[in-house]
Design a protein around this ligand. Structure first.
Ligand SMILES: [Mg+2]
Length: 136
């Protein structure tokens, strides 16, 4: 499985890549623009990501904008819903408005930062990206 972590902070990217390492081959991008480039390149190479962890607060293109763009690219490419990438938003504050907006834009879940390994595993289980029972 392949994952892409998009976050403007080095430490956040490193932590998530480390947590994901047992299950996924991880790539990272430090802003929305390069994240979208990586996403599109993976699609074009026939090696799409199964998971994107996407930071909400980033300078330049923020996470919501990047999320909308990724879903637009998938729609334009006519990717069936079951093959669309799972997107987990990572957010510094547990902000209901931000989470609602992300859900409307097509996010599959969210993680509050600092991300805890158990929360990440729970979300991956919910999305059927890893077998259930690991977080139990
Ligand atoms: Mg950030």
């Amino acid at each position: 499985m392949r994952a892409l972590v998009i976050d403007d902070r080095d430490t956040n990217r490193l932590i998530l890549l480390k947590f994901l390492a047992p299950w996924m081959v991880g790539d990272a991008a430090s802003d929305g623009e390069s994240g979208i480039e990586a996403f599109e390149a993976a699609l074009q190479q026939g090696k799409p990501y199964q998971l994107i962890c996407l930071d909400v607060m980033m300078p330049g293109m923020d996470g919501h904008e990047a999320l909308a763009k990724i879903r637009r690219i998938e729609k334009d490419a006519q990717i069936p819903e079951q093959d669309q990438v799972k997107i987990l938003m990572t957010t510094a504050v547990d902000s209901p408005n931000s989470i609602n907006e992300a859900t409307k834009l097509g996010a599959d879940g969210y993680l509050v930062k600092p991300v805890r390994k158990t929360n990440l595993i729970e979300e991956l289980e919910k999305l059927n990206l890893i077998p259930g029972g690991i977080s139990a």
